[in-house]
Design a protein around this ligand. Sequence first.
Ligand SMILES: CC(C)(COP(=O)(O)OP(=O)(O)OC[C@H]1O[C@@H](n2cnc3c(N)ncnc32)[C@H](O)[C@@H]1OP(=O)(O)O)[C@@H](O)C(=O)NCCC(=O)NCCSC(=O)C1=CCCCC1=O
Length: 381
Amino acid sequence: MSKTDEVIAKTAPEHLIDHNLIDRDVEKLCDGMVLYEKRPAKRLDGSVAEGLFNAWIIFNNPKQYNSYTTDMVKATILAFRRASVDREVNAVVFTGTGDRAFCTGGNTKEYAEYYAGNPQEYRQYMRLFNDMVSAILACDKPVISRVNGMRIGGGQEIGMACDFTIAQDLANFGQAGPKHGSAAIGGATDFLPVMIGCEQAMISGTLCEPFSAHKAARLGIIGDLVPALKVNGKFIANPMVITDQMLDEYGRVIHGEFKTGAALKEGRALLKEGVVDLSLLDQKVEEMCAKLLETFPECMTKSLEELRKPKLQAWNQNKENSRAWLALNMMNEARTGFRAFNEGTKETGREIDFVKLRQGLAKGVPWTDELIESLMPTEKK
Ligand SMILES: CC(C)(COP(=O)(O)OP(=O)(O)OC[C@H]1O[C@@H](n2cnc3c(N)ncnc32)[C@H](O)[C@@H]1OP(=O)(O)O)[C@@H](O)C(=O)NCCC(=O)NCCSC(=O)C1=CCCCC1=O
């Protein structure tokens, strides 16, 4: 027994007060669609730090790209609270099941089939959503977004609320809002300008064009990335993205941009040949957890509190107005856009004809059920 072990044995209180909010398994709140696991924390040399853990909060809805349902949002709030007050927890790893998606945001089926046209219900949902973002930003432990696959829409928003992001390099990032009837005001419009500057934030928050993990690293949205594709037993960089060239012939930065034409075709073929292996991602995440472990805990929490302020201040300034606007928007554009995504298919497309809508609005047509119905992507475009 070391000297410190002796002191611990002598001075630890017999009874500890539990500061957790509710004493129920997170999994039970949402049919196992959010998992909460305590995994042994390790030192930098890889040895287990006995009695200490990292809390893994895992979205487990892979068939719907780990989009979150209302029950999952509730479970996530409580999971973050649990990790925040657990004395044994060093860091939180926030991730999703599988290798396709970290999270693609709110569950569009639920949006289309329950919340569409029901603003008072969506306002209540948005209370929960806002609490989920706030729970991440208020967690007393450092939060790492382990990006196992695409991080889109609300998924990108909750990802950006985290303190660190480590991604596998096949993952894409971006917003979905204005294409699907929403505005990216669940955190993106607050965090993006702070993280990547106003111009890039504007591009991401309005145009909804996905970008690669390599570009995300270049822009500064993520802290680190690792390769995930193994071809013939060897890790290679995402073959659908330009990773071996910085500039094009005109001096424009192209590193991290998606390949096009024949190069893209080749990249896709290579992707099919390989297998996705997230072991390097886990290694990097463990390494980050170990670095965080080897620090003073209260100084760590204070540093987090201070460094989160730019994000938190923007978020707190806007979140209530955003909630109210999003609720009312469920009467028309969200109602239309999320229904279109939910009812459309790969064949019909999952977006409305935006020009047709704009042509109607230019003539002053009101938002009627008939208008919405006419915009659904039922015919082949
Ligand atoms: C671009 C995509 C993320 C990926 O496209 P692709 O790779 O072509 O896959 P799909 O065939 O589209 O999807 C595969 C299956 O997953 C289902 N899916 C995907 N995303 C969701 C989701 N968010 N909710 C429910 N189900 C989802 C999809 O239906 C497919 O299943 P199927 O059985 O039909 O084969 C693309 O999937 C995409 O654009 N997804 C939707 C993104 C989105 O609109 N998210 C919501 C954004 S809004 C939001 O998150 C908000 C947060 C809080 C504030 C308010 C707000 O709006």
